[in-house]
Design a protein around this ligand. Sequence first.
Ligand code: 5GP
Length: 202
Amino acid sequence: MRQGIALVISAPSGAGKTTLIRRLAAEFPGLGYSVSCTTRAPREGEVDGRDYIFLSRQAFEERRAAGDFAEWAEVHGNLYGTPLAPVREMLAQGRDILFDIDVQGAAQLKLNLEGTCFIFILPPSMTELERRLRLRGQDDEAAIERRLANARRELCEAPWYDALVVNDDLDAAYDRLRAAYVAATLAPARNPRLVGDLLATP
Ligand code: 5GP
């Protein structure tokens, strides 16, 4: 059986990560999703247990103290964490799992979860990122400034990721993301018995 891949995708907000992730999940229905815990309030349309596990700060801290999380981080004033048990279970079943987590969490998984594939989605320019954030109409001026400053900090971490996907055009960016995922599935470490089994045939 092939070993499952942990696929971590990070991006500054406004880079188009959510759209790209949805497309990947639609094309590869077998790809599991790591549902994070968070202390932030649900947004319109979000479902508890599907998009996030929504917890009070106290419940989150209890789970963190119990060692339930593979990684955790504070992002924009809220706590986020990846429950470890479902990740272990899916990987052991040979399933690939997608993680939508920030750079702090990704750095922790780099230390804790061997063989993870790290993909960073970048905007084509800072001007375009700012334009997209304004277009969303979600944030006031101060929040946009905060997100842009945060984006610059996050982008400094991009060089240690395994693949950089520039989202200049959605279709082209999706092709790159897909290629990075498929390439990761072909690594010898993901297919440890392939060569031995082949050599054992007549
Ligand atoms: P949002 O609140 O907009 O859904 O997510 C805000 C940020 O938190 C995004 O960058 C997202 O990738 C990150 N995030 C979501 N879940 C986790 C998690 O479990 N761990 C970490 N470290 N970051 C997360």
